[in-house]
Design a protein around this ligand. Structure first.
Ligand SMILES: N[C@@H](CCC(=O)N[C@@H](CS)C(=O)NCC(=O)O)C(=O)O
Length: 272
């Protein structure tokens, strides 16, 4: 097992304390932000919340998380978009964590004991190991609600078909089988949505759905660029600026997969 400790910077540490103010605002189980929660947050105001947190909250302990190891570079994070989604959530909430890099081609016994399904990501929360990025991100939102990242349920499905249509096109060997058009249709609807509602899916602020879609778009950009010499067309400027905005966040830069790992990860599926 390879462990990489992620130490928050002085600034991140102080914001961790600030962000763990435990406002006593309960998010619903789906992680959506209710207008009641938002109003409660607004009423408290940042300064009052800060005072409350300083007096009552203890700093979070370092969270342990199992993620895919790089297949090309020793001791580096690998190319799992579901792992990056969880890491982005931890980063955006300024939570400190310990990465446990798992070689998925040769899964160690300790890992299979933690998760017999053999899949990453897996995180330890309240002394229990939890699998699946949907379950994990919801549990993190409930345990560490500030800053809130929940996406309203009616927006949680935006862009959800992009990843599957990207995979269809990537694997396709027949240029006229409609898979490229299927992807373009999804990206085009997403472009229209962002034009009306952007820059992020929930408007001005990044939210959980962006942290799920961002890593998938990163895979799309690298894999289609490499295997098909394809890129998102200029006719979809809102998608392009969305990708730029997500990819340039500090949280993304810190947790992104290396292009060579993304390419190596998709190669067997493309070559067949
Ligand atoms: N639905 C899961 C998917 C996780 C998943 O498929 N992870 C892949 C790596 S990207 C994995 O662990 N594969 C190991 C295997 O299938 O052996 C989630 O959202 O966490």
């Amino acid at each position: 097992m390879s462990t990489v400790k992620i130490q928050p910077t002085a600034c991140a540490l102080s914001s961790t304390v600030r962000h763990l103010g435990f406002f006593n605002v309960q998010l619903p189980r789906d992680g959506a932000v209710s207008s009641k929660s938002c109003n409660q947050l607004r009423r408290y105001g940042t300064r009052r919340a800060l005072t409350l947190s300083m007096s009552s909250a203890s700093p979070p302990s370092t969270l342990e998380i199992c993620v895919k190891a790089s297949t090309t570079t020793p001791n580096k994070l690998g190319d799992c978009p579901f792992c990056q989604r969880v890491l982005l959530t931890l980063e955006e909430k300024h939570l400190p964590y310990d990465l446990k890099l798992v070689d998925l081609a040769n899964k160690p016994k300790w890992f299979l004991t933690i998760n017999p399904d053999g899949k990453v990501p897996v995180i330890k929360l309240d002394e229990k190991w939890i699998a699946d990025s949907d379950v994990i991100t919801q549990a993190i939102e409930e345990k560490y609600p500030v800053p809130p990242l929940g996406t309203p349920p009616e927006k949680a499905g935006v862009g959800s078909k992009i990843f599957s249509t990207f995979i269809g096109f990537l694997k396709s060997k027949n240029p006229s089988d409609g898979t490229e058009q299927a992807l373009l249709n999804e990206l085009s609807s997403f472009n229209d949505y962002l034009k009306e509602n952007g820059p992020f899916i929930n408007g001005k602020e990044v939210s959980a759905v962006d942290l799920s879609l961002g890593p998938k778009l990163h895979h799309l950009e690298i894999a289609l660029g490499h295997f098909k010499n394809w890129s998102v067309p200029d006719s979809l400027p809102h998608v392009k600026s969305y990708m730029k905005a997500i990819f340039s966040r500090d949280s993304f830069i810190k947790t992104r997969a290396q292009p060579e790992d993304v390419i190596a990860g998709w190669r067997p599926k493309v070559v067949g």
